[in-house]
Design a binder for this molecule. Sequence first.
Ligand code: ADP
Ligand code: MG
Length: 254
Amino acid sequence: MQERSPVIELRNLAVRLGSVQIHRDINFTIEAGQTVTLLGPSGTGKTIILKTIMGLVHPSGGDVLIDGRRINDLSEEELNELRLQIGMLFQGAALFDSLSVYENVAYALREHGEHSEARIRQTVREKLEIVGLPGIEEKLPSELSGGQKKRVGLARALASNPRIMLFDEPTTGLDPTAIRLIDELVVKLREQFGITSLIVTHDIASARRISNRFILINNGLVLADGPVAEVERQSQSLADFINGNWRAEYAGAE
Ligand SMILES: Nc1ncnc2c1ncn2[C@@H]1O[C@H](COP(=O)(O)OP(=O)(O)O)[C@@H](O)[C@H]1O
Ligand SMILES: [Mg+2]
């Protein structure tokens, strides 16, 4: 069912911020329709990888390819085009507290130059339905639970009909039921809309439920990468990471 075309490809990616070498040689390819979880200790550069894919952080070496197209040297204008295809749910993706749910979701569309209020209304309705919150357009963020806020953030990220979704710790701080709802949405985005997802999470149980593949990074390198069951069986560093037995020796490649 899945097409085997590379949607996101990092080749020998290196990222330096100031004097700190965050990434040295990151390589992976994500194909259409995959749901991939990116794992690694805090501060290891997972968020930076997502931002690099969005063209928000510029690599110091290597290539970032989206649909086979190298994005390193795109102009700001070209990057804005590209970002329409990539939705991102940032960690703590805050809604504007003084704006209604409608205006929060509509904001993304207006930003991308949509002027027709009828089309905006239609899109907002459709995206709120997808995230299971139909009819809450007039509510304010203060009237929503943490999980509902996340889902409105997801509706906002979906406003431009992205083919790729990047999630940065989408379930951190949510209760188990809210986590389950977000998990179900990630699966729904893949099954119903063919969306390719890259997810950063520390919630291993949830990652096992929703993803096809784990990538473990540390110290600027990929330590493990493969189908969930296979890589869990074969990679000692991944097993130790998951079981809370992370060791400093996992500095480099396995
Ligand atoms: N703009 C920046 N300038 C310098 N260092 C940064 C910047 N942003 C993040 N860092 C550093 O890069 C490292 C990786 O950050 P991050 O991607 O947020 O890690 P993770 O998401 O894996 O926890 C951290 O040590 C962080 O302090
Ligand atoms: Mg992070």
